[in-house]
Write a protein that binds this ligand. Structure first.
Ligand code: 5GP
Ligand code: MG
Ligand code: MG
Length: 197
């Protein structure tokens, strides 16, 4: 068990399960991008560990960029994605692979979709380490999924609770999820302040 701020979390996904998810995604990307030079676009902060592991497993040439989105408050989503920072290179005509920590409601990837269309990329794919099918309510196809998980709030392996927990090597979930759900997934703005996702 770990305690972060006021909340307790219990072990949920082991390091070996995480690694297996990353291996699976890497194998699919290597097959799909053989002979190509894609641009990996990591979404900070949450995707930094996944991006590092995934990119190390890519067998060809690639570029790597990181951008930041601000969209999430505490443990409840606002449904609002503010901005994308740090995109200094033109992506026009490139094959882009977005690297996300987790796809929850899908608001973030929908926002990125709009931005990449504006950038006139040749194509883009979405790679996410975790995916919550029960929470996802968008129609965008998610190309590469490490692990599907239930609709629990998780921390670890890059994912935080109000800034803490990103360094945990395995993934934990909230203890007593049902009770806390009532509070934590309340109305927009009920969280603890905007932060990088
Ligand atoms: P979206 O709802 O837009 O798909 O997800 C937005 C962002 O919220 C994710 O990239 C991630 O940073 C954060 N998020 C969603 N679900 C969780 C979760 O269970 N735990 C943590 N720590 N962050 C989450
Ligand atoms: Mg976060
Ligand atoms: Mg994210």
């Amino acid at each position: 068990m770990v305690q972060l701020h006021d909340l307790k979390f219990t072990p949920f996904i082991s390091e070996s399960e995480i690694n297996a998810g990353i291996e699976k995604v890497a194998a699919q990307i290597n097959a799909d991008f053989e002979g190509e030079t894609p641009v990996f676009l990591g979404i900070l902060n949450g995707a930094f560990l996944f991006a590092a592991e995934l990119i190390k497993k890519f067998k060809g040439d690639c570029e790597v960029h990181f951008v930041r989105l601000s969209s999430y408050e505490g443990t409840g989503t606002t449904g609002k994605v503010e901005s994308l920072m740090g995109l200094t290179e033109s992506l026009k005509g490139r094959q882009v692979i977005i690297i996300e920590d987790i796809v929850d409601t899908g608001n973030t990837i929908e926002s990125i979709d709009k931005i990449l269309k504006r950038e006139e990329v040749e194509s883009y794919k979405i790679a996410t380490l975790f995916y919550k099918p029960a929470a996802y309510h968008k129609s965008l196809h998610i190309d590469y999924i490490g692990l599907e998980i239930p609709n629990d709030f998780i921390v670890g392996y890059g994912l935080d609770y109000n800034g803490l927990g990103r360094n945990l090597t395995q993934v934990y979930k909230l203890k007593n999820t049902k009770m806390t759900n009532l509070v934590l997934f309340g109305p927009p703005g009920a969280g603890k302040g905007t932060q990088a996702t």
